[in-house]
Design a protein around this ligand. Structure first.
Ligand SMILES: [Zn+2]
Length: 296
């Protein structure tokens, strides 16, 4: 079975689990021992935060997570250096590079107000936003990951407010999963070249970074489709500019500033990929209307 990214349909945010066996059987966290489920090639799909490392930090919707390796399971102290090449650590780095969502499970040991009093609790999907290596409290190099909780999920579970409304949980989260699969596809088609400026952003390890941008936004009130004819591969600057409404796409697929509608670049297309003009028109109408409403 291939690695599954996202929240399984049968699981909701805040759901409690008795033990690692149950997490395994419900496909929330497959390994029975390892804290990170993942490989360099596929990315990491889940982690368990259980306070096994003295350097972990849990801030609720963001966490600093220590990678694996070099830890004495009895004393919970570091006895050796960690490496970014260890499979789980390399998996989290791949998840960051490819924007894959990571399921976070909190165990009772984690000593945070978000940790359950017993067993485990599913905390929802997070994205890996940063990682670095530093000297840990025990004097060895550790790999640290920053994970931020993805928006549009049921509220966080704390000991004061357990068990959120289950009806809230599933639809928006599964939308993000589809989003990820198609985003990967669009990035692959363009080999991470921005369709507007052609830039490719290289990471430290040589892997390129780009973003899948929905032209007609997915969320309310727009309800755009998650489909390739509503997606562009963009650099972060042009993605942001599109989302903020600073630029619009014209009928001839050139891009223009929203304020004066003067074209400044063309959207480059490859192979059989095409943008549905209706999505471009929606985005343009929405933002030109906003702009004229804002001007005196
Ligand atoms: Zn660009």
């Amino acid at each position: 079975m291939s690695r599954f990214f996202g929240t399984p349909d049968t699981v909701r945010v805040g759901q409690p689990f008795i033990d690692r066996r149950e997490l395994h059987e419900l496909h929330v966290h497959r390994p029975l021992q390892a804290g990170i489920s993942g490989t360099r090639a596929e990315g990491a799909d889940s982690i368990v935060v259980s306070g096994g490392y003295v350097d972990d930090e849990d801030h609720g919707d963001w966490i600093i997570y220590t990678g694996h390796g070099g830890n004495d399971s009895n004393t919970r102290r570091q006895i050796d250096h960690q490496s970014i090449d260890a499979p789980g650590n390399a998996g989290l780095i791949t998840s960051r590079a490819e924007g894959l969502p990571v399921r976070v499970i909190r165990g009772r040991h984690s000593g945070s107000p978000y940790a359950p009093l017993s067993g485990y609790v599913y905390a929802g999907l997070f994205e890996v936003t940063d990682y670095w290596i530093r000297r840990g409290r025990d004097g060895f190099d550790i790999v640290r990951f920053k994970l931020d909780r993805l928006p549009e999920q049921a509220p966080l579970v704390t000991r004061e407010a357990p068990d959120p409304d289950p009806a809230y949980a599933t639809t928006t989260v599964s939308r993000r999963i589809r989003d990820t699969a198609l985003s990967r596809e669009i990035k692959k088609i363009y080999e991470h070249h921005c369709q507007i400026c052609d830039e490719v952003i290289p990471g430290a390890d040589g892997r390129a970074y780009s973003e899948g941008a929905h032209v007609k936004p997915l969320g309310r009130p727009h309800i755009g489709k998650d489909s390739l004819d509503n997606l562009l591969c963009l650099c972060p600057n042009h993605h942001t500019e599109l989302d903020l409404g600073g630029m619009v796409i014209l009928d001839n697929f050139s891009v223009a500033r929203t304020l004066d509608l003067k074209p400044f670049a063309e959207v480059a297309f490859k192979r059989h990929h095409r943008l549905d003009l209706e999505n471009a028109r929606y985005q343009r109408r929405f933002w030109t209307r906003e702009a004229s409403a804002a001007s005196p």
